[in-house]
Design a protein around this ligand. Structure first.
Ligand code: SAM
Length: 275
């Protein structure tokens, strides 16, 4: 008998995946967690029925959310990842030798535990000596730390439930205060194809707080529409015009120095959301 998973992030449209087996399924304190093995994307983490990451396409999201801000900052030493319990963003952050400490602030310890168990390719750097894991609410953590991080990565679930407060002006002001004087923040900011109003609102909220705000896109096959946006807020360094000629080479599959510049060139309907 064939088993198919229907992902339901977007109303009235859905992606389906043929499943080999369910590796774990449990209700945590915060969400319904499942890791399933699929024929087309390998093992896949779902939270509340929404695909978070898969073995086959995870590199696009994790490389872009980490390397755009880390190659923009001239000397990133201390990095905070809010959410991101699968560990993929931390794995990419720790490819930068300048990073002395990377803090992961994830609200749901079960995400960390199950990703360590079933997605070792993604979670492999969570045991690195430079990684510190804090289980708790990112909103509270950011509020309690001032002027501390060179880069903050908001690798969150969609703007509902525990992650709702991670999108919006008051959180971006707290992030601004948590960053050092030339700090940079980045967040995954949803699909401009299905949720243009969310992308526009988040961009405007970040733009009201940061002197430099830029939106870029990456192609992520398992996210609705494949068109995915990220928003960068920076106090000093512009991610689009930064000089990358002397930046180090690291091992990547999606990110390149050329793409770092090119990803800020937006399709018209997305560019319009930033006006
Ligand atoms: N790449 C993913 C995506 O866009 O689909 C996000 C993956 S990551 C697993 C998202 C994580 O954010 C989840 O594990 C969730 O528990 C965590 N999270 C949600 N709200 C949070 C909060 N307020 N503080 C810290 N972590 C939070």
């Amino acid at each position: 008998m064939d088993m198919w998973l229907k992902e339901g992030q977007i109303e009235n449209a859905a992606m389906t995946y043929k499943i080999k087996e369910t590796l774990v399924r449990k209700k945590t304190e915060y969400q319904d967690l499942a890791i399933v093995d699929t024929y087309s994307f390998g093992r896949m983490l779902l939270l509340d029925g929404i695909v978070q990451t898969t073995i086959k396409d995870e590199y696009v999201y994790h490389e872009m959310i980490a390397h755009i801000p880390l190659f923009t900052h001239p000397n990133p030493k201390k990095v905070l990842v809010v959410g991101g319990g699968d560990g993929g963003a931390i794995r990419e952050v720790l490819k930068h030798p300048s990073v002395e400490k990377a803090v992961l602030c994830e609200i749901d310890k079960e995400v960390i535990n199950e990703c360590k168990r079933f997605l070792p390719e993604i979670s492999c750097a969570l045991d690195d000596a430079r990684c510190e894991i804090f289980v708790g609410d990112g909103i509270k953590y950011v509020h309690e730390h001032k002027n501390e991080f060179d880069v903050i990565i908001v690798d969150s679930t969609d703007p509902f439930g525990a992650a709702e407060g991670l999108f919006g002006g008051s959180f971006y002001k707290e992030i601004y205060d948590c960053l050092t004087e030339d700090g940079i923040f980045i967040a995954q900011t949803e699909t401009p194809f299905y949720l243009p109003e969310v992308v526009k609102r988040v961009y405007n909220d970040a733009n009201a707080v940061f002197p430099i705000t830029k939106l870029f896109m990456a192609g992520i096959p398992t996210y609705p529409s494949g068109f995915w946006s990220f928003t960068v807020g920076s106090k000093k360094h512009d991610p689009e015009t930064v000089d990358l000629s002397n930046s180090i080479d690291i091992d990547t599959k999606y990110y390149t120095k050329k793409l770092h510049k090119a990803c800020f060139v937006l399709p018209k309907f997305v560019e319009d959301l930033t006006k």
